[in-house]
Ligand binder design. Structure first.
Ligand code: NAP
Length: 534
């Protein structure tokens, strides 16, 4: 295990192994250290050096794929329910790992852990509706020529390869299971590669599911450590679902093997998400306060390390100061420190490299924006400020229009947002779109016409638009929460991907094929398929 002069090794530090080819395997060498971001202690290490990934992928394809595809959608849905139950039974253990390796408060860990369990349960439930079938149907047989007996039908056939899932550090649990749920339901074996810095939780969860002996052999593998030559061994029928930074996503898209074999890739990348305060919302109203609460929740939840977090706060110019005052008042209530202390509402970021990157990002934003709020004396509670990766929540205010590209381009992956004022609704919509394609935008207004217009104007550049009027002010699930029933992803900079969205998500793991033939043949095929839209 690699150590540095500054990092102590925890007495119970783990050496993470990978589950490949149906057995646990350890890489060679010292491996990468995983740290506790609160203390700087090394809590685990992971190495994938020397692992035979070509053979491991073949095993997933040939054993896992074959076994999964023997089952119907309903049978596979039942397995998802069992996975959810297994994980739910050990929830406290996952929360503890999330605190130790990600610096999560209980509320942060709940988003990741409970989000995983909820997503698995959701797909267990809707997957059961597909019944005893093994193919999807899109429409019904229709006549193709003068002869009414010559017909066509679109079907989805589960891919016969392996689903390589590459995940980001900020959701080691949810990232694993939101992808695995859909892939397993489709009948495609999962080969998961968690981000190394927080792989401990993913590895333990996979281990718990394997111990429970729920899945057929080869259906679930996990690679802990760097990806090495993983992508070099992909072939027709395999898919890659990636979540992470735009730069890594671009590298994956350009990988020679992926380009040459046209491997299907879904990219969930970063995003400069906006919250937009409608022109009608008055500073002394309840909705103004709720808007501020939502923005601050997004800035501080998971210490701002959410791909969907609000980075840009768009407010009418005549309410800019009132908005900054309301946001500052809320931010003042944030208690930063050791997540083991129940008073703490915001823990550290994941490691010192991220802390440094946030400092550099704020400096970049500072070239075009002034600090509007930062704590007077930043003193995290119960914290080792030398070794802990703590950062102060910071609100900025854009200085001038027209020379502010950096505010719409630089993703600071931490508790940081910038207030940008707008002149009128057209200006507001144009500013939101300057994110270059985002995962989520939220709009707050009591004016249905304005909300409708905003939905239409932002729809082309966003994957999800949350339109909040007073009737749902308490009931909506929040700007940043991804629901399994709604599509997750966004165009342009956000990666151009689509995940989840209920059974719609299954299509990524199926080959859509136009079947042409005689009426009775197509009727027989049609009867063996299920319509995911019903
Ligand atoms: P990252 O550095 O891009 O890493 C993401 C994953 O890619 C990790 O598992 C990493 O493995 C792996 N990876 C790195 N180089 C690779 C290569 N050449 N080939 C294949 N895999 C490779 O991102 P991160 O720092 O973990 O996550 C933060 C970013 O993710 C933020 O920008 C955030 O906005 C974005 N994010 C997006 C979403 C979304 O749904 N759109 C969700 C969460 C996060 P190692 O860890 O072993 O290097």
């Amino acid at each position: 295990m690699a150590t540095t002069a500054e990092n102590r090794v925890a007495s119970d530090a783990k050496v993470l192994q990978s589950y490949l080819g149906g057995k646990w395997q350890a890489g060679t060498g010292e491996g990468t250290s995983l740290i506790n971001p609160t203390t700087g202690d090394i809590v685990a290490s992971a190495s994938s050096k020397g692992l035979d990934l070509s053979t491991a992928l073949s095993y997933s394809r040939n054993v896992g794929g074959r076994e999964l595809r023997k089952l119907t959608y309903a049978q596979r849905a039942e397995l998802l329910g069992k996975i959810a139950d297994t994980l739910a039974a050990r929830r406290d253990e996952w929360f503890e790992i999330a605190r130790k390796n990600s610096g999560n408060t209980k509320a942060d860990a709940a988003i990741d852990v409970d989000g995983s369990i909820g997503t698995l349960k959701y797909f267990a439930k809707i997957g059961a509706k597909l019944g005893d079938t093994r193919m999807l149907r899109d429409g019904s047989p229709s006549r193709l020529a003068r002869d009414p007996n010559f017909q066509g039908l679109h079907l989805g056939v589960p891919l016969d390869g392996v689903a390589v899932h590459i995940n980001a550090f900020n959701f080691p649990a949810w990232g694993l299971w939101e992808k695995a749920a859909v892939s397993l339901l489709a009948g495609v074996p999962v080969f998961s590669k968690p981000a190394t810095s927080t792989a401990w939780l993913a590895q333990e969860m996979v281990s718990a599911v394997l111990e429970a002996d729920i899945l057929p052999p080869g259906a679930l593998s996990v690679l802990c450590g760097s990806p090495n030559d993983l992508l070099d061994h992909l072939q027709l029928g395999d898919v890659v679902a990636f979540t992470g930074s735009a730069d890594t996503g671009e590298g994956i898209r350009r990988h020679p093997r992926i380009r040459k074999q046209n491997i299907r890739v879904n990219i969930e990348a970063d995003s400069l998400n906006a919250a937009l305060l409608g022109p009608d919302v008055q500073p002394d109203s309840m909705d103004f306060g709720l808007f501020a609460r939502e923005v601050v929740r997004e800035m501080t939840s998971k210490t701002g390390q959410k791909c969907t977090a609000i980075r840009r706060v768009l407010v009418p110019d005549y309410h800019e100061q009132a908005a900054i005052d309301a946001l500052s008042a809320q931010l003042k209530m944030t208690v930063v420190g050791d997540p083991a202390n129940a008073l703490v509402t915001m823990g550290p970021v994941v490691n010192m490299a991220q802390r440094k990157s946030i400092g550099e990002g704020i400096a970049q934003l500072n070239t075009r924006a002034d600090v509007a709020y930062e704590p007077d004396n930043f003193a995290p509670l119960d914290a080792d400020t030398e070794h802990g990766a703590f950062v102060a929540p910071t609100l900025l205010r854009a200085r001038e229009k027209g020379n502010d590209d950096v505010i719409h381009e630089v993703e600071v992956f931490g508790p940081v947002a910038t207030v940008v004022s707008y002149r009128d609704k057209h200006d507001a919509f144009a500013l939101a779109r300057r994110g270059g394609g985002s995962l989520a935008a939220s709009v707050f207004s009591g004016d249905t016409n304005f909300l409708t217009e905003a939905g239409a104007a932002l729809g082309t550049s966003h994957g999800r638009v949350l339109l909040v009027d007073p009737s749902i002010r308490e009931s909506h699930t929040g700007h940043g929460i991804v629901l399994p029933s709604c599509m997750h992803g966004g165009p342009g900079r956000a990666g151009g991907g689509e995940e989840l969205g209920g059974l719609h998500g299954l299509w990524f793991y199926h080959q859509r094929v136009a079947m042409q033939g005689a009426g009775p043949t197509l009727t027989a095929l049609n009867e063996r398929a299920a319509d995911p839209h019903e």
